[in-house]
Design a protein around this ligand. Structure first.
Ligand code: ADP
Length: 319
């Protein structure tokens, strides 16, 4: 395994009965990378996270963490993973210190090191003053910090967070996001979420999963600035049927904004705003506005995960 590759996921699938929740998923995570694992509800994110952490067996495929197979060398592999499941595994009738000490023991931290490990993870998660408090009396945001503290108490190389801001209020969300950014200084992070802004604010790379399949694996930089796709808002006084617009070379997707306006996504290598203007003028569609746009993460997400829905909307609008 490449020294810099910490997590390697190879062709994993998971069936629940006949239902395929994860379908032939492969990707890897490098040291120090923050990977956003994005997808609509039900896409297969939690199932994938659980397989990577060795909590759930895959129906097919392999996962290795720091070079150790998650099934064959489970103990070694799991030493390198910290996991915060969607429902934080908290014992709410313990104090923060009691709970974290217990987690440290489960992680086989020696009694010599437990005090410093506890102090370190509390410091990093902003829990210095909360050690003696009962977890049940903490706010949801602080409970989430405790969940993250248990995930990093053994200083794992990889921290996996499943929907870490779900159910938090806006201030708590900002606090947890800044904690995630700090974690990325020392750990590789896999952050599963359905919230686009979370990925935009925290991640180096994004994977989009839809119906169990990987539909995008791209760096945030290339998504923001150097995507293969570009977008234009085009306004036409005499718009043709969508099928006609879709025939333009390089056009990959069209969103109908209103009766006259369309957001057209095209492949930069094949199509340009000038070609679109030329096509509209030759066909006499009455072009009166053409505004180039960057293909934002939101548009990419919609294009890759809502194709079926768009198809229905487009057919309805153009008929
Ligand atoms: P996500 O985390 O992206 O919301 P999940 O991994 O929770 O998606 O679920 C993926 C699919 O698998 C969904 O269709 C869900 O209903 C199904 N699923 C998840 N867990 C189970 C289970 N224990 N038994 C049967 N189906 C499940």
């Amino acid at each position: 395994m490449n020294k810099e590759t910490l997590v390697k996921v190879e062709h994993i699938s998971r069936y629940y009965g006949d239902h395929c929740a994860v379908d032939d998923l492969s990707f890897s995570v490098s040291r120090g990378e923050v990977l956003g694992f994005l997808g609509p509800n039900g896409a297969g994110k939690s199932t994938s996270m659980q397989i990577i952490c060795g909590v759930l067996a895959a129906s097919d495929g392999n996962v290795s963490v720091a070079g150790h197979d998650i099934i064959d060398e489970a103990k070694l592999a799991k030493q390198h993973i910290g996991f915060l499941p969607e429902q934080p595994p908290l014992y709410t009738d313990l104090t923060v210190d009691e709970y974290l000490k217990y987690c440290g023991r489960l992680r086989k931290i020696s009694s010599n090191n437990i005090t410093s490990s506890l102090a370190n993870c509390k410091e990093r998660c902003g829990l210095n003053d909360a050690g003696g408090r009962l977890i049940s009396n903490l706010s949801k945001g602080f409970q989430q910090r405790v969940g993250i503290a248990q995930a990093i108490i053994h200083s794992p190389s990889v921290v996996i967070l499943d929907e870490p801001t779900s159910g938090l209020d806006p201030i708590q969300i900002v606090e947890i996001r800044s904690l995630i950014s700090e974690l990325s200084e020392d750990h590789s992070v896999i952050l599963s979420t359905h919230i686009l802004s979370e990925v935009q604010s925290s991640c180096d790379r994004v994977l989009i999963i839809n119906r169990g399949k990987l539909v995008l694996d791209e760096s945030m930089l290339s998504l923001q600035g150097d995507s293969k796709h570009s977008c234009c808002i085009v306004a036409l006084q005499k718009p043709p049927l969508l099928e006609e617009l879709e025939k333009t070379d390089g056009v990959t997707h069209i969103d109908v904004i209103d009766q006259y306006r369309f957001r057209i996504t095209y492949l930069q290598d094949i199509c340009t705003p000038a070609i679109l203007a030329n096509t509209a003028s030759t066909a006499d569609w009455g072009l009166f506005e053409l505004i180039p746009e960057h293909d934002s993460l939101e548009q990419t997400f919609m294009r890759l995960t809502l194709d079926d829905l768009n198809h229905v909307q487009q057919s309805t609008l153009s008929s």
